[in-house]
Design a protein around this ligand. Sequence first.
Ligand SMILES: [Zn+2]
Length: 442
Amino acid sequence: MFENTVKSVLDLWAAKQMDSDLRVFARDLSDSQGELRSQILTYATSKSVFYREHMAQIMDGAQGGGQLVRDWQSVPFTTAEDIKTRGREMLCCSQDVIKRVVTLETSGTTGTPKRLYFTANDQKRTIDYFRVGMDTFTKAGDKVLVLLPCEREGSIGKLLGEALKLGGKTPILKGVVKDLVATFEAIETTEPDVIVGIPFQVLALVKYGVFMNRPITTVKKMLLSTDFVSETALKTIEQYWHCEVFRYYGMTETGFGGGIECSCHEGYHLYEPDFYIEIVDPDTGICLPEGALGEVVITTLKREGMPLIRYRTGDQSRMISEYCSCGSVLKRLDAIRTRLEGSVKLRGGHELTKGAVDDVLLDIQALLDYKIQFKRHKTRDALYLQLYYLADIVDEQLIIERLKNIVTIQSALEQNELEIGVNSIIVSTEYCPHPAKRKIEE
Ligand SMILES: [Zn+2]
Protein backbone atom coordinates (compact mmCIF):
# COMPACT_ATOMS: atom_id res chain seq x y z
CA MET A 1 0.00 0.00 0.00
CA PHE A 2 1.17 3.51 -0.78
CA GLU A 3 2.44 5.03 2.43
CA ASN A 4 2.12 8.69 3.27
CA THR A 5 5.46 10.18 4.28
CA VAL A 6 7.09 13.58 4.26
CA LYS A 7 8.92 12.55 1.08
CA SER A 8 5.80 11.40 -0.73
CA VAL A 9 3.51 14.19 0.47
CA LEU A 10 5.39 17.31 1.58
CA ASP A 11 8.11 17.17 -1.09
CA LEU A 12 5.46 16.75 -3.78
CA TRP A 13 3.47 19.66 -2.37
CA ALA A 14 6.60 21.82 -2.24
CA ALA A 15 7.55 20.99 -5.82
CA LYS A 16 4.03 21.89 -6.98
CA GLN A 17 4.18 25.18 -5.10
CA MET A 18 7.34 25.99 -7.02
CA ASP A 19 5.76 24.89 -10.34
CA SER A 20 8.53 22.39 -10.52
CA ASP A 21 9.13 18.73 -11.07
CA LEU A 22 10.13 16.69 -8.03
CA ARG A 23 13.37 15.59 -9.73
CA VAL A 24 14.67 19.08 -10.45
CA PHE A 25 12.99 20.86 -7.60
CA ALA A 26 15.79 20.48 -5.04
CA ARG A 27 18.28 22.03 -7.45
CA ASP A 28 16.00 25.02 -8.18
CA LEU A 29 14.85 25.55 -4.64
CA SER A 30 17.37 28.12 -3.48
CA ASP A 31 16.99 30.18 -6.69
CA SER A 32 13.23 30.12 -6.37
CA GLN A 33 13.41 31.10 -2.72
CA GLY A 34 15.69 34.02 -3.64
CA GLU A 35 13.13 35.21 -6.17
CA LEU A 36 10.32 34.90 -3.64
CA ARG A 37 12.31 36.88 -1.07
CA SER A 38 12.82 39.63 -3.58
CA GLN A 39 9.09 39.63 -4.45
CA ILE A 40 7.94 39.80 -0.83
CA LEU A 41 10.35 42.66 -0.10
CA THR A 42 9.08 44.64 -3.05
CA TYR A 43 5.48 43.83 -2.10
CA ALA A 44 5.86 44.75 1.57
CA THR A 45 7.74 48.00 0.98
CA SER A 46 5.27 49.15 -1.65
CA LYS A 47 2.14 48.28 0.33
CA SER A 48 2.91 48.72 4.02
CA VAL A 49 3.62 51.94 5.90
CA PHE A 50 5.77 50.11 8.44
CA TYR A 51 7.96 48.30 5.93
CA ARG A 52 8.39 51.41 3.79
CA GLU A 53 9.91 53.18 6.80
CA HIS A 54 11.62 50.15 8.24
CA MET A 55 13.41 49.38 4.99
CA ALA A 56 13.92 52.99 3.86
CA GLN A 57 17.63 53.06 4.54
CA ILE A 58 18.44 49.93 2.62
CA MET A 59 15.99 50.60 -0.21
CA ASP A 60 17.65 53.94 -0.90
CA GLY A 61 19.64 53.46 -4.04
CA ALA A 62 18.90 49.73 -4.17
CA GLN A 63 17.36 48.59 -7.43
CA GLY A 64 14.35 46.82 -5.97
CA GLY A 65 14.27 43.61 -4.00
CA GLY A 66 16.68 41.71 -6.26
CA GLN A 67 19.77 43.56 -5.16
CA LEU A 68 18.77 43.33 -1.52
CA VAL A 69 18.40 39.61 -1.76
CA ARG A 70 22.06 39.39 -2.74
CA ASP A 71 22.82 41.29 0.43
CA TRP A 72 20.07 39.76 2.51
CA GLN A 73 21.92 40.33 5.77
CA SER A 74 21.50 44.08 5.37
CA VAL A 75 17.71 43.68 5.53
CA PRO A 76 16.63 44.77 9.04
CA PHE A 77 14.96 42.29 11.40
CA THR A 78 11.34 42.50 12.42
CA THR A 79 10.66 41.84 16.09
CA ALA A 80 7.83 40.89 18.43
CA GLU A 81 7.99 44.51 19.64
CA ASP A 82 7.33 45.75 16.07
CA ILE A 83 4.24 43.55 15.88
CA LYS A 84 3.03 44.80 19.26
CA THR A 85 3.52 48.48 18.59
CA ARG A 86 3.13 48.79 14.80
CA GLY A 87 1.22 45.66 13.80
CA ARG A 88 -1.50 47.51 11.93
CA GLU A 89 1.01 49.47 9.91
CA MET A 90 2.50 46.19 8.73
CA LEU A 91 -0.67 45.48 6.81
CA CYS A 92 -0.25 45.25 3.06
CA CYS A 93 -3.96 45.51 2.30
CA SER A 94 -6.98 47.44 3.52
CA GLN A 95 -8.68 46.36 6.73
CA ASP A 96 -11.77 45.26 4.73
CA VAL A 97 -9.81 42.39 3.23
CA ILE A 98 -8.76 41.06 6.64
CA LYS A 99 -10.84 38.01 7.53
CA ARG A 100 -9.38 37.28 10.92
CA VAL A 101 -7.37 39.03 13.61
CA VAL A 102 -5.66 36.85 16.21
CA THR A 103 -4.70 38.47 19.50
CA LEU A 104 -1.93 36.68 21.33
CA GLU A 105 -2.06 36.70 25.07
CA THR A 106 0.97 37.99 26.89
CA SER A 107 1.43 37.11 30.50
CA GLY A 108 1.89 39.85 33.07
CA THR A 109 -0.03 43.07 33.27
CA THR A 110 2.19 45.41 31.29
CA GLY A 111 2.44 43.50 28.01
CA THR A 112 0.79 44.92 24.89
CA PRO A 113 -0.75 42.02 23.00
CA LYS A 114 0.46 40.94 19.57
CA ARG A 115 -2.19 41.16 16.87
CA LEU A 116 -1.84 39.17 13.70
CA TYR A 117 -3.93 39.82 10.60
CA PHE A 118 -4.97 37.25 8.01
CA THR A 119 -6.76 37.56 4.68
CA ALA A 120 -8.95 34.81 3.19
CA ASN A 121 -5.99 33.73 1.04
CA ASP A 122 -3.75 33.56 4.11
CA GLN A 123 -6.32 31.34 5.80
CA LYS A 124 -6.46 29.11 2.72
CA ARG A 125 -2.71 28.71 2.99
CA THR A 126 -3.01 27.76 6.66
CA ILE A 127 -5.54 25.06 5.73
CA ASP A 128 -3.10 23.86 3.08
CA TYR A 129 -0.22 23.71 5.62
CA PHE A 130 -2.36 21.64 7.95
CA ARG A 131 -3.67 19.39 5.19
CA VAL A 132 -0.27 18.56 3.82
CA GLY A 133 1.27 18.25 7.30
CA MET A 134 -1.41 15.85 8.54
CA ASP A 135 -1.27 13.87 5.28
CA THR A 136 2.39 13.04 5.95
CA PHE A 137 1.57 10.77 8.89
CA THR A 138 -2.15 9.96 8.85
CA LYS A 139 -4.38 8.16 6.39
CA ALA A 140 -7.86 8.70 4.97
CA GLY A 141 -10.52 7.51 7.38
CA ASP A 142 -8.53 8.31 10.53
CA LYS A 143 -10.46 9.91 13.38
CA VAL A 144 -8.56 12.95 14.64
CA LEU A 145 -9.35 14.56 17.97
CA VAL A 146 -8.39 18.24 17.93
CA LEU A 147 -7.52 19.75 21.32
CA LEU A 148 -6.70 23.23 19.99
CA PRO A 149 -8.86 26.39 20.15
CA CYS A 150 -11.93 25.64 18.00
CA GLU A 151 -14.64 28.02 19.13
CA ARG A 152 -14.30 30.86 16.69
CA GLU A 153 -14.61 31.01 12.94
CA GLY A 154 -11.09 30.95 11.49
CA SER A 155 -9.56 29.62 14.72
CA ILE A 156 -6.63 27.22 14.47
CA GLY A 157 -8.84 24.24 15.38
CA LYS A 158 -11.55 25.12 12.83
CA LEU A 159 -8.97 25.53 10.06
CA LEU A 160 -7.38 22.22 11.03
CA GLY A 161 -10.84 20.63 10.92
CA GLU A 162 -11.34 21.86 7.35
CA ALA A 163 -7.89 20.61 6.40
CA LEU A 164 -8.62 17.17 7.83
CA LYS A 165 -11.88 16.89 5.90
CA LEU A 166 -10.04 17.78 2.68
CA GLY A 167 -7.63 14.95 3.41
CA GLY A 168 -10.49 12.46 3.96
CA LYS A 169 -10.14 12.28 7.75
CA THR A 170 -12.82 12.71 10.39
CA PRO A 171 -12.09 15.66 12.67
CA ILE A 172 -13.51 15.74 16.19
CA LEU A 173 -13.19 19.35 17.33
CA LYS A 174 -13.05 19.42 21.11
CA GLY A 175 -11.08 22.60 21.85
CA VAL A 176 -8.32 23.21 24.39
CA VAL A 177 -8.45 21.10 27.54
CA LYS A 178 -10.26 22.91 30.32
CA ASP A 179 -11.10 19.90 32.42
CA LEU A 180 -9.04 16.68 32.43
CA VAL A 181 -11.98 14.46 33.42
CA ALA A 182 -14.26 15.65 30.61
CA THR A 183 -11.56 15.53 27.93
CA PHE A 184 -10.37 12.12 29.02
CA GLU A 185 -13.91 10.81 28.79
CA ALA A 186 -14.17 12.28 25.30
CA ILE A 187 -11.07 10.31 24.31
CA GLU A 188 -12.56 7.10 25.71
CA THR A 189 -15.90 7.65 23.97
CA THR A 190 -14.70 8.84 20.57
CA GLU A 191 -11.70 6.48 20.33
CA PRO A 192 -9.61 8.68 18.05
CA ASP A 193 -6.70 7.29 16.00
CA VAL A 194 -4.84 10.58 16.26
CA ILE A 195 -4.76 13.47 18.73
CA VAL A 196 -3.56 16.99 17.96
CA GLY A 197 -2.91 19.08 21.03
CA ILE A 198 -0.85 21.40 23.19
CA PRO A 199 2.16 19.56 24.70
CA PHE A 200 1.65 20.30 28.38
CA GLN A 201 -2.08 19.63 28.25
CA VAL A 202 -1.67 16.31 26.44
CA LEU A 203 0.99 15.27 28.93
CA ALA A 204 -1.44 16.05 31.78
CA LEU A 205 -4.12 13.88 30.11
CA VAL A 206 -1.68 11.00 29.79
CA LYS A 207 -0.67 11.28 33.44
CA TYR A 208 -4.29 11.46 34.52
CA GLY A 209 -5.00 8.23 32.60
CA VAL A 210 -2.09 6.48 34.31
CA PHE A 211 -3.19 7.79 37.69
CA MET A 212 -6.77 6.55 37.14
CA ASN A 213 -5.48 3.28 35.69
CA ARG A 214 -7.51 3.82 32.52
CA PRO A 215 -5.26 2.85 29.60
CA ILE A 216 -5.81 4.39 26.17
CA THR A 217 -4.92 2.05 23.33
CA THR A 218 -6.70 3.51 20.30
CA VAL A 219 -4.45 6.55 19.82
CA LYS A 220 -1.68 5.53 17.42
CA LYS A 221 -0.27 8.93 16.58
CA MET A 222 -0.12 12.36 18.06
CA LEU A 223 0.83 15.80 16.84
CA LEU A 224 2.03 18.37 19.35
CA SER A 225 2.20 22.03 18.47
CA THR A 226 1.94 25.67 19.69
CA ASP A 227 4.76 25.39 22.27
CA PHE A 228 8.11 23.63 22.39
CA VAL A 229 8.09 20.01 23.52
CA SER A 230 10.77 18.78 25.89
CA GLU A 231 12.31 15.37 25.25
CA THR A 232 11.11 14.18 28.66
CA ALA A 233 7.49 15.14 27.93
CA LEU A 234 7.69 13.40 24.58
CA LYS A 235 9.17 10.19 25.97
CA THR A 236 6.68 10.12 28.85
CA ILE A 237 3.73 10.36 26.43
CA GLU A 238 5.16 7.69 24.11
CA GLN A 239 5.97 5.39 26.99
CA TYR A 240 2.50 5.41 28.56
CA TRP A 241 0.30 5.50 25.46
CA HIS A 242 2.57 3.54 23.10
CA CYS A 243 1.91 6.03 20.35
CA GLU A 244 4.19 7.87 17.93
CA VAL A 245 4.50 11.57 18.68
CA PHE A 246 5.20 14.05 15.89
CA ARG A 247 6.22 17.61 16.55
CA TYR A 248 5.00 20.45 14.36
CA TYR A 249 6.80 23.75 13.99
CA GLY A 250 4.39 26.58 13.42
CA MET A 251 3.18 29.66 15.23
CA THR A 252 0.39 32.16 14.86
CA GLU A 253 2.89 34.67 13.46
CA THR A 254 3.58 32.37 10.49
CA GLY A 255 -0.06 31.43 9.91
CA PHE A 256 0.74 28.09 11.54
CA GLY A 257 3.10 27.07 8.77
CA GLY A 258 6.70 26.07 9.32
CA GLY A 259 7.75 22.46 9.38
CA ILE A 260 6.89 18.95 10.46
CA GLU A 261 8.81 15.92 11.69
CA CYS A 262 8.98 12.80 9.56
CA SER A 263 9.00 9.29 11.00
CA CYS A 264 12.77 9.56 11.57
CA HIS A 265 11.99 12.25 14.16
CA GLU A 266 15.19 14.12 13.50
CA GLY A 267 14.11 17.70 13.01
CA TYR A 268 11.30 19.52 11.21
CA HIS A 269 11.18 19.31 7.42
CA LEU A 270 10.54 22.88 6.39
CA TYR A 271 7.75 24.23 4.21
CA GLU A 272 10.41 25.86 2.05
CA PRO A 273 8.26 27.32 -0.73
CA ASP A 274 6.50 29.51 1.83
CA PHE A 275 9.14 30.21 4.48
CA TYR A 276 12.75 31.26 4.43
CA ILE A 277 14.51 30.32 7.63
CA GLU A 278 17.83 31.62 8.95
CA ILE A 279 19.73 31.00 12.16
CA VAL A 280 21.37 34.09 13.62
CA ASP A 281 23.56 34.88 16.59
CA PRO A 282 21.05 36.22 19.15
CA ASP A 283 23.50 38.91 20.35
CA THR A 284 25.06 40.15 17.12
CA GLY A 285 22.31 39.25 14.64
CA ILE A 286 24.92 37.79 12.29
CA CYS A 287 23.83 34.81 10.21
CA LEU A 288 25.34 31.55 11.47
CA PRO A 289 26.58 28.67 9.34
CA GLU A 290 24.58 25.45 8.99
CA GLY A 291 24.74 23.37 12.12
CA ALA A 292 25.41 26.25 14.53
CA LEU A 293 22.94 26.89 17.33
CA GLY A 294 21.22 30.28 17.30
CA GLU A 295 17.94 32.14 17.05
CA VAL A 296 15.44 31.13 14.37
CA VAL A 297 14.56 34.00 12.01
CA ILE A 298 11.64 33.52 9.62
CA THR A 299 10.55 35.30 6.47
CA THR A 300 7.03 34.51 5.25
CA LEU A 301 7.38 34.36 1.47
CA LYS A 302 3.73 34.30 0.47
CA ARG A 303 1.79 36.05 3.17
CA GLU A 304 -0.73 38.54 1.81
CA GLY A 305 -2.15 40.49 4.79
CA MET A 306 0.83 40.89 7.08
CA PRO A 307 4.10 39.49 5.78
CA LEU A 308 6.93 39.09 8.25
CA ILE A 309 10.40 39.82 6.97
CA ARG A 310 13.33 38.43 8.95
CA TYR A 311 11.14 37.97 12.01
CA ARG A 312 13.05 37.05 15.16
CA THR A 313 11.09 34.20 16.71
CA GLY A 314 13.00 33.86 19.99
CA ASP A 315 13.23 30.10 19.35
CA GLN A 316 16.64 28.50 19.59
CA SER A 317 17.68 25.80 17.15
CA ARG A 318 20.04 24.91 14.30
CA MET A 319 19.79 23.79 10.69
CA ILE A 320 20.70 20.17 10.04
CA SER A 321 22.97 19.94 7.04
CA GLU A 322 22.78 16.21 6.26
CA TYR A 323 19.96 14.82 4.17
CA CYS A 324 17.36 12.93 6.17
CA SER A 325 17.23 9.17 5.79
CA CYS A 326 13.52 9.45 4.89
CA GLY A 327 14.67 10.70 1.47
CA SER A 328 13.04 14.13 1.61
CA VAL A 329 15.06 16.93 0.00
CA LEU A 330 13.46 19.57 2.19
CA LYS A 331 15.82 21.21 4.67
CA ARG A 332 15.52 20.35 8.32
CA LEU A 333 15.42 22.56 11.37
CA ASP A 334 16.45 20.74 14.54
CA ALA A 335 13.86 20.36 17.31
CA ILE A 336 13.37 23.63 19.19
CA ARG A 337 15.44 23.26 22.35
CA THR A 338 14.53 26.44 24.12
CA ARG A 339 12.77 29.72 23.68
CA LEU A 340 14.79 32.84 24.43
CA GLU A 341 11.58 34.57 25.43
CA GLY A 342 10.64 33.23 28.84
CA SER A 343 14.20 32.23 29.77
CA VAL A 344 16.18 34.03 32.46
CA LYS A 345 19.82 34.92 32.88
CA LEU A 346 21.36 33.77 36.14
CA ARG A 347 24.35 35.59 37.62
CA GLY A 348 27.38 35.13 35.41
CA GLY A 349 25.19 35.34 32.33
CA HIS A 350 24.18 31.67 32.20
CA GLU A 351 20.80 31.13 30.64
CA LEU A 352 18.16 29.10 32.46
CA THR A 353 15.40 27.91 30.15
CA LYS A 354 12.00 26.44 30.86
CA GLY A 355 12.94 23.51 28.65
CA ALA A 356 15.84 22.56 30.92
CA VAL A 357 13.52 22.53 33.95
CA ASP A 358 10.91 20.52 31.98
CA ASP A 359 13.56 17.93 31.19
CA VAL A 360 14.37 17.20 34.83
CA LEU A 361 10.83 17.32 36.24
CA LEU A 362 8.24 16.12 33.76
CA ASP A 363 8.82 12.40 34.16
CA ILE A 364 7.50 12.60 37.74
CA GLN A 365 4.37 10.57 37.26
CA ALA A 366 1.92 12.47 39.44
CA LEU A 367 3.24 15.93 38.59
CA LEU A 368 0.55 17.57 36.44
CA ASP A 369 1.93 21.06 36.10
CA TYR A 370 4.33 23.55 37.58
CA LYS A 371 4.97 27.27 37.57
CA ILE A 372 8.36 28.82 38.03
CA GLN A 373 9.35 32.31 39.02
CA PHE A 374 12.75 33.95 39.14
CA LYS A 375 13.53 36.92 41.40
CA ARG A 376 16.65 39.00 41.33
CA HIS A 377 17.94 40.08 44.70
CA LYS A 378 20.99 42.11 45.73
CA THR A 379 23.05 39.29 47.14
CA ARG A 380 21.38 36.11 46.00
CA ASP A 381 18.75 35.36 43.35
CA ALA A 382 15.80 33.12 44.03
CA LEU A 383 13.92 30.52 42.07
CA TYR A 384 10.42 29.62 43.27
CA LEU A 385 8.62 26.55 42.05
CA GLN A 386 4.96 25.85 42.54
CA LEU A 387 4.24 22.20 41.81
CA TYR A 388 0.78 20.75 41.14
CA TYR A 389 0.35 17.05 41.82
CA LEU A 390 -2.48 14.59 41.30
CA ALA A 391 -1.16 12.64 44.32
CA ASP A 392 2.12 11.51 45.88
CA ILE A 393 4.00 14.77 46.45
CA VAL A 394 7.72 14.35 45.91
CA ASP A 395 9.92 15.58 48.73
CA GLU A 396 11.24 19.11 48.22
CA GLN A 397 14.84 17.99 48.66
CA LEU A 398 14.46 15.44 45.89
CA ILE A 399 13.13 18.15 43.57
CA ILE A 400 16.19 20.30 44.34
CA GLU A 401 18.43 17.29 43.63
CA ARG A 402 16.78 16.92 40.23
CA LEU A 403 17.24 20.65 39.52
CA LYS A 404 20.94 20.27 40.29
CA ASN A 405 21.19 18.20 37.11
CA ILE A 406 20.90 21.51 35.26
CA VAL A 407 24.48 22.78 35.04
CA THR A 408 23.58 26.47 35.39
CA ILE A 409 21.57 25.79 38.56
CA GLN A 410 24.25 23.51 39.98
CA SER A 411 26.97 26.11 39.55
CA ALA A 412 24.80 28.98 40.86
CA LEU A 413 24.07 26.92 43.98
CA GLU A 414 27.75 26.10 44.44
CA GLN A 415 28.64 29.78 44.17
CA ASN A 416 25.94 30.51 46.71
CA GLU A 417 24.28 32.85 44.21
CA LEU A 418 20.92 31.14 44.14
CA GLU A 419 18.31 29.84 46.53
CA ILE A 420 15.44 27.58 45.58
CA GLY A 421 11.99 27.49 47.13
CA VAL A 422 9.59 24.67 46.38
CA ASN A 423 5.90 24.59 47.23
CA SER A 424 3.75 21.57 46.38
CA ILE A 425 0.02 21.06 46.39
CA ILE A 426 -2.39 18.34 45.35
CA VAL A 427 -5.02 19.54 42.89
CA SER A 428 -8.38 18.13 41.93
CA THR A 429 -8.69 16.08 38.73
CA GLU A 430 -10.55 18.97 37.19
CA TYR A 431 -7.35 20.99 37.19
CA CYS A 432 -5.65 21.49 33.87
CA PRO A 433 -2.49 23.32 32.75
CA HIS A 434 -3.11 26.61 30.96
CA PRO A 435 -2.86 26.41 27.16
CA ALA A 436 -0.65 29.54 26.72
CA LYS A 437 3.06 29.33 25.93
CA ARG A 438 5.09 28.57 29.04
CA LYS A 439 7.86 30.67 30.48
CA ILE A 440 9.89 31.41 33.57
CA GLU A 441 8.17 34.41 35.15
CA GLU A 442 10.48 37.17 36.23
ZN1 LIG B 1 12.91 12.99 7.17
